[in-house]
Design a protein around this ligand. Structure first.
Ligand code: SF4
Length: 156
């Protein structure tokens, strides 16, 4: 993926690799903070929410989230995302029905709309974390959230 411009010029400036590593670390810390919040949810990985055609909803990812998801995807030994026309998330393994990047799944997959898991999080419960993801996106020169398959394919 192309971040376009460097962060700044001169000594002490981060190169692109460092910037990406820092962004990935920050996104991970947002996910950890979310997990530590006392918000009752019960995701049992039924994966209904991973079937975008079924739900009519596709998770949107900021650039930092996409970079982390792409890193997790590469760690599975895969380099590309195979196009799918069945409306199922490309991160979902078939036939095992498991998310291949579950530990690093995007924010929307954690705060999802799955009724069985308790429904969507109230925005007020997580708005500060959303803002942090937006700031990371801005720092990376991102242009806001984009649909999961495109966002991860661009980050690979
Ligand atoms: S990234 Fe994982 S949890 Fe999120 S929609 Fe895709 S398969 Fe489901």
């Amino acid at each position: 993926m192309g971040l376009g411009v460097g962060v700044c010029r001169g000594a002490g400036c981060m190169n692109q690799k460092e910037q990406i590593a820092k962004a990935i670390q920050e996104v991970s810390s947002v996910y950890q903070e979310l997990a530590a919040r006392p918000i009752e949810r019960n995701c049992i990985a039924r994966t209904e929410c991973c079937q975008f055609k079924l739900t009519g909803k596709t998770p949107y990812l900021t650039r930092g989230e996409a970079l982390l998801a792409a890193k997790a995807w590469r760690a599975t030994g895969r380099k590309k995302i195979a196009p799918r026309d069945d409306g199922v998330c490309p991160m979902l393994d078939m036939p095992s029905g498991k998310c291949l990047i579950y530990a690093n799944r995007p924010f929307a997959c954690r705060t999802h709309f799955c009724a069985a898991a308790g429904g969507p999080y109230a925005r007020r419960e997580v708005v500060d974390l959303i803002r942090r993801l937006e700031v990371i996106d801005e720092q990376l020169g991102g242009d806001g959230p984009s649909p999961l398959p495109d966002a991860i394919a661009r980050a690979l």
